[in-house]
Design a protein around this ligand. Structure first.
Ligand code: ATP
Length: 264
């Protein structure tokens, strides 16, 4: 094995001993009308508790498939996928998922959208109100607490969606291109807010994106995937101090390295 591939294998292991998500030779095949389609093959990856992982890769390389399997919406057809030491059996409150399309309930106010998961968990009214107030403060939405989703901008909707997931205080935060539909300014603003929240309430975070800059700004490590079949191509450590200066030479050097890795 070359030194470079040895490094890649080592980087697929979490730096801390406290592994939260462990993928070993994970495969996912889909049965289609045309036969069997291999969406993921041989994915080896350990993600440490409290680590922020970003996942980059071309369309169709299996980013969402991997995230969905960690979330428990789908299951591997090969290998082993453990979360907190156990195989994933399905969705659970310790895994919060934020989607690109917000997935808010249009008939519920912001406050009630955020309270939804807490109500499902059986939290009493006083506790719900306390947590919802805390979340509204955290994501800066106190003024629109009684508005409905159609009265909000895209950025606000995405904040509600994040607050709703954070309200149930999951150990793991899974995000599938949550800022993909936002304009650049809002996107940068929400990236900063997400990092602030993550630094305050440390969680294991897995964030799928198409943006190299976003992957570098957010991640402790960047998982670069390739397609046909979907697989992990490289895992790149981001050692830049936060908040990261997007214009610095070190940032630009990393941007080049990730771009080269993505397109190689
Ligand atoms: N239920 C399914 N049945 C058949 N094929 C599927 C199914 N779900 C996903 N696929 C295929 O698996 C591959 C990986 O899909 P996935 O959505 O995970 O990719 P992705 O990297 O998230 O793509 P994008 O960046 O475009 O969102 C794609 O080729 C897709 O068509």
């Amino acid at each position: 094995m070359s030194v470079e591939s040895q490094q890649r294998v080592e980087q697929a292991s979490a730096p801390a001993s406290d592994v939260m998500i462990s993928c070993r030779d994970v495969a996912k095949e889909f049965r289609t009308g045309a036969g069997t389609f291999v969406a993921l093959d041989g994915v080896d990856l350990d993600i440490a508790a409290d680590e922020f992982i970003t996942v980059l890769g071309p369309s169709g390389c299996g980013k969402s498939t991997l995230l969905n399997m960690i979330a428990g919406f789908d299951h591997p057809t090969g290998g082993s996928l453990l979360v907190d030491g156990s195989p994933v059996r399905g969705p659970s409150p310790d895994k919060g998922v934020v989607f690109q399309d917000f997935a808010l309930f249009p008939w519920l106010s912001v406050r009630r959208n955020i309270a939804y998961g807490l109500r499902e968990q059986g939290a009493g009214k006083a506790e719900r109100n306390r947590i919802v107030d805390e979340m509204l403060e955290l994501v800066g939405l106190r003024q629109v607490a009684d508005h409905y989703p159609h009265q909000l901008s895209g950025g606000m909707k995405q904040r509600v969606s994040l607050a709703r997931v954070l309200a149930i205080d999951p150990k793991i935060l899974l995000m599938d291109e949550p800022f993909g539909a936002l304009d650049e300014q809002r996107r940068v603003q929400l990236q900063d807010e997400l990092l602030r929240v993550w630094e305050q309430r440390r969680k294991t975070a897995v964030f799928v994106t198409h943006s190299i800059e976003e992957a570098i700004v957010l991640g402790d490590r960047i998982v670069v995937m390739a397609a046909h079949p979907g697989r992990v191509k490289a895992v790149i450590d981001v050692t830049l101090d936060r908040p990261r200066d997007r214009t610095s030479d070190a940032f630009n050097a990393l941007r080049k390295r990730v771009t080269d890795e993505l397109w190689a």
